[in-house]
Design a protein around this ligand. Structure first.
Ligand code: PSU
Ligand code: MN
Length: 284
């Protein structure tokens, strides 16, 4: 029996949510992982050091400091060479987790192919194709082009599972109208998929999507006009590269008020619990 570990990312803390909701959520996710019987390892970069298992004081720093770089794969050598503080995205959290023997990772939503600019493809997607970690998320936000995101995952051989659902969830909303590749009704079923993938010698990760709890959902029709507005504003400002996602997230929080933050918090906690259960199933 190996240790049941769950990685957690830090870009959602530094760039995805406003203070103090970010700090409350970072702590609540760790608590959910522990309640499921597993051990949380929040991942980030401090002074150029890659850390898998930030202390509470280090999490407070990443939740409050202003000059924390959003670190995707291409930024890793820069923050290490320059000894900078960095918040890890899904891509870099996976990469660091895998190097620390952590097989399960809980986040909110993955990056994907952006709407409008189909050349803006998150580094999260190629990471899923090459790094062996189970990523538990609520799908991807409808700020992205969800059909194109799923096409990419199919092309690069990433299996997309639905936790107690047949549909790919759309973050704030439980359904997207798009099918997942396989439904898993228990953590044991996810563990069986993972073991089969390892036994086949297939590289890369597994995406486990979990719909936001029904009580906290924002229906697609309600959130869609706000998303369309935020995407149009990002295009008007000519935002590029790593700026786009944090801008869209912050703008959506403004446009929907407390509601989107509540939904975001609920799905993050829920995903941490599901990831904890999967880690426990894998360790036994
Ligand atoms: N989606 C969210 N919240 C987030 C992110 C995505 O709902 O905080 C973060 C994750 O860290 C993800 C990153 O890996 O944004 C993707 O950024 P980009 O689109 O620039 O690859
Ligand atoms: Mn991008």
């Amino acid at each position: 029996m190996s240790a049941a570990l769950v990685a957690l990312e830090s870009t959602v803390i530094s760039h995805g949510l406003p203070y103090p909701a970010n700090l409350e959520l970072a702590r609540a996710m760790e608590a959910e992982v522990r309640a499921a019987g597993a051990t949380p390892r929040t991942i980030g970069i401090l002074g150029g050091e890659l850390i898998a298992g930030l202390s509470d004081a280090q999490i407070v720093h990443l939740a409050t400091a202003v000059h924390v770089r959003k670190v995707s794969r291409r930024d890793l050598p820069i923050v290490v060479a320059q000894r900078l503080d960095g918040a890890t995205t899904v891509a870099t959290t996976m990469w660091i987790a895998a190097r620390h023997g952590i097989q399960v990772f809980a986040t909110g939503g993955i990056g994907g192919v952006h709407r409008g600019d189909g050349t803006d493809i998150s580094a999260d997607l190629p990471e899923l194709a090459q790094t062996p970690v189970i990523v538990v998320c609520a799908g991807a936000k409808a700020i992205l082009d969800l059909p194109a995101t799923l096409e990419y995952l199919e092309t690069y051989g990433v299996t997309v599972a639905g936790s107690q659902t047949d549909e790919f969830p759309a973050f704030y909303s439980r359904s997207s109208g798009l099918a997942v590749d396989v439904r898993c009704d228990s953590a044991q079923e996810v563990a069986a998929l993972w073991r089969a993938k390892q036994a086949l010698g297939l590289p890369g990760g597994l995406l486990v999507t979990v719909p936001v709890p029904a009580a906290d959902e924002i229906p697609a029709a309600e959130i869609e006009p706000h998303i369309a507005q935020a995407v149009a504003e990002a295009a008007r400002r000519g935002l590029r590269s790593a700026e786009v996602t944090p801008f869209l997230l912050a703008r959506l929080a403004e446009l929907t008020g407390e509601r989107s933050l509540r939904t975001n918090g609920a799905l993050l906690r829920n995903n941490a619990r599901v990831a904890g259960e999967i880690a426990v199933a894998l360790a036994s």
